[in-house]
Write a new protein. Sequence first.
Length: 332
Amino acid sequence: MQTFAFSRANDIQQAIQAGAHASTAQQGAEVRYVAGGTTLIDLMKLDVERPSHVIDINHLPLNQVETTPDGRLKIGALVRNADLATLPEVQRNYAVLSQALLAGASGQLRNMATTGGNLLQRTRCVYFRDTHTACNKREPGSGCPAIDGYNRNLAILGVSEHCIATNPSDMNVALMALEASIVIHGSKGERQVPINDFFLLPGDTPQRETVMEPGDLITYVLLPKPQQGARSHYLKLRDRASYEFALASAAVLVTLQGGNIATARVAMGGIATRPWRSQEAEQALTGQAPSQALFDKAAHALLADAKPQRGNAFKQELARRCLVQALTEATA
Ligand SMILES: Cc1cc2nc3c(=O)[nH]c(=O)nc-3n(C[C@H](O)[C@H](O)[C@H](O)COP(=O)(O)OP(=O)(O)OC[C@H]3O[C@@H](n4cnc5c(N)ncnc54)[C@H](O)[C@@H]3O)c2cc1C
Ligand code: SF4
């Protein structure tokens, strides 16, 4: 681990100024905010993350959840995953988020992990975490050994010839289905980014995973007003029942009218380079009566552009079954 400067921010402006100052004072300096530390500290110990300045944001007033006057839920970036998952309002109105959070990591990790940190957690691709190997995401232009190597847990959707790493988060999949927005504070002020625009495809710049700029601070996640009558389900398939990342997961939200699916939202995890919203699957479902044949058709639409590798081709069938089962649960 390389040496780094450490400071603590007590208010949002101070954090942003410290982030901007550290970036400009030392050209090319990597500044990182630390929240729960469950991703960042691991990666610093592995020498994958090599910040020259770490800013502790745990004292910022961002650990509250409140309902806005127009009925949205405003979640502070420092709200711990365990607290968010067990909040009665979240369990009642955004059950898919609670289920996704509780499916992630372990109790101890969820007690530390924060909303902002979970959004920005990094891939679990083994080559990314091993500095003795090439990796375009860690060292742009060095190559991607995963494409012809060990790729069992990697992506079949949204891939490029430069990177096939999955976004490993459970929470992000639920936030995608809920159409959350991310509130970001930076040196140019505050902006709100719909989650669908927040995550980038790897393309030829896999090192860039989100629209975050150096020194940007996530302050809140906003959830739209709960959808009247919506039924939802989060299903995670993995190698063991807990403390394991998804091989495939599905977050679905549907409303039913007169026995037909009136609206559908489908987001998938574990199979794509970013939390994956499938409008193709949603279109296949909308206006139709729920049935196994219909859910199969939606899964077919989801996977039409899948590009599997030798080690992860099984994910096509796994993802199909995952989506069919999640839709079966949500419409039962
Ligand atoms: C053994 C293990 C198993 C796990 N299993 C799962 C799993 O099954 N499912 C799952 O979804 N996750 C899993 N995780 C990942 C875990 O959910 C994340 O590590 C956690 O959510 C990250 O949150 P944090 O607050 O600890 O982030 P940190 O480690 O503090 O930060 C992560 C990144 O976000 C940045 N950051 C943090 N907060 C902000 C902010 N407000 N603004 C700007 N930048 C910020 C940091 O600079 C850093 O780059 C697992 C982790 C471990 C170690
Ligand atoms: S898949 Fe992405 S993260 Fe993994 S080795 Fe290739 S470039 Fe690196």
